[in-house]
Design a protein around this ligand. Structure first.
Ligand code: CP
Length: 324
């Protein structure tokens, strides 16, 4: 494959290869010198039209660990504010020798357009587009689940067959939910969505998952529970749920967490709104993997970049090399 636009484009073999490669990349992060020469001489542009902390910084960390040259482009402060289009912006960057583009955009479909319009030749990696897809987030979530629910070594070569995963909250605006449903289904997991009726997308009955409106009923049957942020920035203010009402029915507090099986984990893609979808007590508990997910994001993004751009460089498994 030349691009990574949607988790739905990944076969089970693709996804397992990425997860296994990320395990190899995680070993690099454990070394005193956290670098491989794989992408030396290649230039990657991180093209961000929407705010980000985790995705932007972890792509940059992954690119640097693979020895790529990195250009960070933020739409704020660029000629986009003067009306320059995505096409002209991307062609300007490619003219400066960019070999791959990582793009986050507020418009659903922007990475697909960039990859398939013929505007540029470089591979495109979707770092989140509108309410559509966030494939590397789904991959790092699946990586975290596989490590926790199957085992770091025991999980190699495997999916998440039979694991029960629950996603809770603002599914309507969540590219994380869409990507996770696609990827988790491909990996054999049983997915349940729990959301207020007003935050369930039209057509959700065609998605490969169950829908529930009762968090309390689903919690005891979940191996992992992923809380989603209520995305106020994508809502009309008239439809904002009140914090008290929302957290009473759909928030995860310690009492609710106690209903989960003993080994079940709590996940969140971040950024969290403490007190709304998750209490501080749950967010800071040992069962919450939010910080682990961030660390795993670097390994997953290294794996994706390596597999898309690594070319003829030997795999890290067969030729682990470091540089000063
Ligand atoms: N999870 C996630 O995409 O976070 P950022 O918006 O901070 O990148």
């Amino acid at each position: 494959k030349r691009h990574l636009i949607s988790a739905a484009d990944l076969t089970r073999d693709d996804a397992v290869l990425i997860l296994d490669t990320a395990e190899e990349m995680a070993r690099v992060a454990d070394r005193p010198i956290k670098k491989l020469p794989t992408l030396r001489g290649r230039t990657i542009c991180n093209l961000f039209f929407e705010d980000s902390t985790r995705t932007r910084i972890s792509f940059e960390a992954a690119e640097k660990r693979l020895s790529a040259d990195v250009i960070n482009f933020a739409a704020k402060g660029s000629s986009v504010s003067k009306g320059e289009s995505l096409k002209d912006t991307a062609q300007t960057l490619e003219a400066m020798g960019v070999d791959a583009v990582v793009i986050r955009h507020h418009a659903s479909g922007a990475p697909y357009r960039l990859a398939n319009s013929g505007w540029i030749d470089a591979p495109v990696i979707n770092a989140g587009d509108g309410t559509h897809q966030h494939p590397t987030q789904a991959l790092l979530d699946a990586f975290t689940m596989r490590r926790r629910l199957v085992g770091r070594d025991a999980g190699l070569g495997k999916g998440l067959d039979g694991r029960r995963i629950t996603l809770v909250g603002d599914v309507l605006h969540s590219r994380v939910a869409r990507s996770n449903v696609d990827l988790l289904h491909t990996l054999g997991a049983e997915v349940t969505l729990v959301a207020p009726p007003t935050l369930v997308p039209v057509g959700v009955e065609t998605w490969p998952c169950e829908i529930s409106y009762s968090l309390d009923e689903v919690l005891p049957k979940s191996d992992a529970v992923m809380m989603l942020r209520v995305q106020r920035e994508r809502m009309n203010a008239a439809f904002f749920p009140t914090e008290r009402e929302y957290s009473r029915r759909y928030g995860l507090d310690a009492a609710r967490m106690a209903r989960m099986p003993e080994d079940a984990i709590v996940m969140h893609p971040g950024p969290m709104v403490r007190g709304m979808e998750i209490t501080a007590e749950v967010a800071d508990s040992d069962r919450c993997t939010v910080v682990e997910q961030v660390a795993n994001g670097v390994s997953i993004r290294m794996a994706v970049l390596y597999l898309l751009l690594g070319g003829s460089e030997p795999a890290v498994t067969t030729a682990p090399r470091t540089e000063e």
